[in-house]
Design a binder for this molecule. Structure first.
Ligand SMILES: Cc1ncc(COP(=O)(O)O)c(C=O)c1O
Length: 374
C-alpha cells in the first residue's frame, strides 16, 4: 500500500534551508566534531589518524561491541545482546514495525505523534486505532480510553515518549499501567524514546526495562545533538532481537564504520553531552515561557523539559498560511500544527542557539502585531 506524505518531514525538506531563524527543528543544538572533541576531551587529530587507518569495510554488522556496550549502559536492565544498531530512530521504528506487523493485525498508536508510528503499520495492512492525546490532560492520552481500544487480538501498541510535537511525558506510574493493559492481551509496546526529559523530578524508564515485550527506540539525533550521525538503535529482549536480525539483513546490513566511531565516542561520554544539553534546554525553555507570558495571542502547555514544544495561536487564520507568511516576511520557521492534524497550533523547537531563539521570538512578536489590532 502507498504511504501518505510524511507531513512534518515534507514541510521541513521544503523550508528548512531557507529559514534564517529555524524554530522548527527539535534536535538540541547540533554539534560539530570540534565541539564533540572538546566536550569529551578527546584529541581530534588522534581520532582522525585512527579513522585514516581504519578499513572502510562493512565493519561490525550490528554495531561495534563498544557501541553496544555504551548503549546498554543507558538502560537499567539491558546488555549488549539486547541492542541492534540501525540507521537512526527512523530506521529502528521501521525495523520493528516491518518485523512485527502483518496484514490484518490490530495496532493501537498514540496520535498524533511521529507519523511513522501509524502510517507504516497501516501501509502493511494493519487495522490501526488511534489513542488520542488530550489537551485537557496536559497532552497525555487517557488510559481508560486505551482500555476501551485494546482487543484480545491487539498485536502492538506504538507510543512516542516524550511526545512529538507536544513534549508531554508518560512517567513510570503511567507506563506501568500501560504495560498492565498490554500484558493483559500479550501485545508488544514499541516506544520511540528519542526525546528525553531533563526534569530530574520525573521518573521515566525505558519501556524495554519495564516489559519483556517492550521495544525501546532511540538515536543520536535529538538528546545527543548529532542527527548527522545517522545512528539509532532498538533495545529489546533477545527473542525480539533475533526476529529483528532477519529483517535487518534485508534492509540495512550495517550503519557505517565512521558513524559507528562517532556515535560510540559520543555515547561513551553521554554524561558530558547531557549536561551541556540540560543547561541549554533549561535556559531556552525559560526564555520561551517568559515570551509566551507576554504574548496575548499565544498559549502553551509547557513541555516536560524536552526539546519540543507546541504553542497555540489564538488567531482566526489558517495555520499553514500563517507559518508561510511568517517565514516569508520574517525568516522564522515553525511547523504548522495541521502537519500533526492539530490546526491552530505550531511546533516550536526552542533548543537552537539561544540567540537564534531570542531573535526568532522577537520577530514572531513583531509579526503578530498585525493581528493584535483586530
Ligand atoms: C519521534 C521521532 N522519532 C524519530 C525521529 C527521527 O530520528 P532519526 O533522525 O534518528 O532517524 C524524529 C525526528 O524528528 C522524531 O521526532
Amino acid at each position: 500500500m502507498r504511504l501518505p506524505r510524511f507531513g512534518v518531514e515534507e514541510w521541513l525538506n521544503v523550508h528548512e534551508q531557507s529559514a534564517r531563524y529555524n524554530l522548527a527543528s527539535v534536535s538540541i543544538r547540533s554539534m560539530a566534531l570540534d565541539e564533540l572533541f572538546e566536550l569529551t576531551r578527546i584529541d581530534g587529530s588522534a581520532f582522525f589518524q585512527m579513522l585514516q587507518k581504519t578499513t572502510l569495510n562493512y565493519g561490525w554488522i550490528e554495531g561495534s561491541p563498544a557501541f553496544k556496550e555504551a548503549v546498554a549502559g543507558l538502560y537499567e536492565h539491558q546488555s549488549s545482546d539486547n541492542i541492534l544498531q540501525t540507521n537512526g530512530a527512523t530506521g529502528a521504528n521501521l525495523l520493528a514495525l516491518y518485523s512485527l506487523v502483518e496484514p490484518g493485525d490490530h495496532v493501537i498508536s498514540l496520535y498524533p505523534s511521529y507519523q511513522q508510528l501509524y502510517d507504516i503499520p497501516k501501509s502493511f495492512g494493519a487495522e490501526v486505532d488511534f489513542w488520542s492525546i488530550k489537551k485537557e490532560n496536559q497532552w497525555l492520552p487517557d488510559l481508560d480510553e486505551l482500555r476501551q481500544l485494546i482487543r484480545p487480538d491487539t498485536k502492538l501498541i506504538c507510543i512516542n515518549n516524550a511526545n512529538n510535537p507536544t513534549g508531554a511525558v508518560m512517567d513510570r506510574d503511567f507506563l506501568l499501567e500501560l504495560v498492565d493493559i498490554a500484558q493483559s492481551v500479550g501485545a508488544y509496546i514499541l516506544s520511540d524514546e528519542v526525546y528525553k526529559t531533563f526534569d530530574d523530578s520525573l521518573d521515566v524508564p525505558a519501556i524495554c526495562d519495564l516489559y519483556d515485550k517492550g521495544i525501546s527506540v532511540n538515536s543520536l539525533s535529538k538528546t545527543y545533538s548529532l542527527p548527522g550521525v545517522r545512528i539509532g538503535w532498538v533495545a529489546a529482549s533477545r527473542e525480539l532481537c533475533e526476529v529483528f536480525r532477519d529483517y535487518r539483513d534485508y534492509t540495512l546490513i550495517c550503519a557505517g564504520v565512521f558513524d559507528d566511531m562517532v556515535a560510540t565516542l559520543a555515547l561513551q561520554h553521554h554524561h558530558a553531552i547531557l549536561e551541556r544539553n540540560k543547561q541549554l534546554v533549561l535556559t531556552n525553555l525559560k526564555i520561551l515561557e517568559d515570551w509566551v507570558e507576554e504574548e496575548p495571542l499565544v498559549s502553551l502547555i509547557s513541555p516536560a523539559v524536552t526539546p519540543t514544544s507546541f504553542i497555540q495561536f489564538h488567531l482566526d487564520q489558517d495555520i499553514e498560511d500563517f507559518c508561510l507568511s511568517l517565514l516569508k516576511e520574517k525568516g522564522v520557521l515553525l511547523v504548522p500544527g495541521n502537519r500533526f492534524d492539530l490546526p491552530g497550533h505550531a511546533r516550536l523547537g526552542y533548543c537552537c542557539q539561544t540567540e537564534v531563539l531570542q531573535k526568532g521570538l522577537y520577530l514572531l512578536s513583531d509579526f503578530l502585531k498585525q493581528y493584535s489590532c483586530n
